[in-house]
Design a protein around this ligand. Structure first.
Ligand code: SP5
Ligand code: ZN
Length: 344
């Protein structure tokens, strides 16, 4: 069984003001990657919009009504976050692609799925759109999986920014493990290592802040020492990858030094967790990634990794020296999280 890619040209019809980094051309990249996937015999499908019921599992009715009432208009929701006439429809399609990926893997129509979507979602809270995000697609997908009867879903977020929205939505829910590795200090300012979840969700939020400048090897170390062991121990029935590619060295916003092969390595590690715990079920949902060629290469490499492609060693690992930023991040995360994840 193969990897199902979900994408639609409609993702190009959400148009923030000119000069905005989260631009429609990102969809051209996703379409090109999806097209190549199809040419090589991969499965590609068009998403259906997420239902209101699916969106309301993670967003307040007032928030949904506000997005809906912006339909047909260009509205500034936050200094960074804009709608255009069709944004409400497009963000429903983005969430729908993530839900469609979950349905495909739970129904056994695909081993794994990748929802190549815009706008991104992980900064959106239950009741607030921000950070270029409207509906929180990864959160909608996780809640949909729970509604379909799953007991444990892991969301692993390697976007360069912390997914404040996803963390908040699930912070008190022990059924959803949220793990984020992100640049620190950085936008949006949430996700300190001390945030571990709330109430019965304590221990099911894992933040790994990393100093700017981290390379493939820093991230690999963080994954090998924290992200993968915690996620394995959680034993998810589904792994959702909140996949931002803005930690790439060419990215105009992020300050990290990742390569496309480095992202493939992280994706491959998470698919190995899915193989061990979840009968292989992993659903990738795109978040940020603002350099078009870097996004293209990173997406293609990550898809290949989901398909069991051989792991290529990152290009820059050796020449850039010891992964000191990764080591520091691991040490700090371990000090906090070993109370919850014994033996970490
Ligand atoms: C999904 C994703 O990668 N979102 C990234 C959002 C980054 N936003 C940076 C905002 C910097 C501060 N902006 C203040 C508003 C002034 N126009
Ligand atoms: Zn980001």
């Amino acid at each position: 069984m193969a990897v199902l890619v979900l994408n639609t040209q409609r993702f190009g019809d959400h148009t923030p003001p000119p000069g905005h980094p989260e631009r429609p051309e990102r969809q051209d990249v996703m379409a090109a990657v999806a097209g190549e996937w199809r040419q090589r015999g991969g499965l590609v499908a068009e998403p259906a919009p997420a239902s209101r019921e699916a969106i309301l599992r993670v967003h307040d009715a007032r928030f949904v009504e506000a997005l809906e009432s912006a339909a047909g208009r260009a509205v500034m929701l936050d200094p960074d976050t804009f709608t255009s006439a069709e944004s409400w429809e497009i963000t429903q399609l983005a969430a729908g692609a993530a839900v469609g990926g979950v349905d495909a893997v739970l129904d056994g129509r695909a081993a794994r799925a990748a929802a190549l979507v815009r706008p991104p979602g992980h900064h959106s809270n239950r009741d607030l759109a921000r950070g270029f995000c409207l509906v929180n697609s990864a959160a909608v997908a996780a809640a949909h999986a729970l509604a379909r009867g799953l007991a444990r879903v892991a969301i692993v977020d390697f976007d360069v920014h912390h997914g404040n929205g996803t963390q908040e939505i699930f912070e008190a829910d022990p059924r959803v493990l949220y793990v984020s590795a992100h640049q620190w200090p950085f936008y949006p300012g949430t996700g300190p290592v001390e945030d571990v979840g709330a109430g019965t969700g304590r221990g099911f939020t894992v933040n790994v802040p990393i100093e700017r400048g981290a390379t493939d090897d820093d991230y690999a170390l963080v994954f090998d020492e924290i992200v993968v062991p915690v996620t394995n121990r959680f034993n998810p029935e589904l792994v959702i990858i909140s996949a931002g590619f803005d930690a790439h060295e060419e990215d105009p916003i992020g300050g990290m030094r990742m390569s496309a092969d480095g992202f493939a390595r992280l994706t491959g590690r998470l698919c190995a967790v899915a193989d061990r715990c979840a009968s292989g079920r992993a659903v990738l949902v795109t978040e940020g990634g603002y350099h078009l060629r870097a996004l293209a290469a990173s997406l293609a490499a990550s898809l290949a990794a989901m398909d069991g492609g051989a792991e290529r060693e990152p290009v820059h690992g050796a020449e850039r020296g010891a992964p000191s930023r990764g080591r520091a991040a691991v040490q700090e995360a371990r000090a906090v999280q070993s109370a919850f994840w014994r033996g970490l």
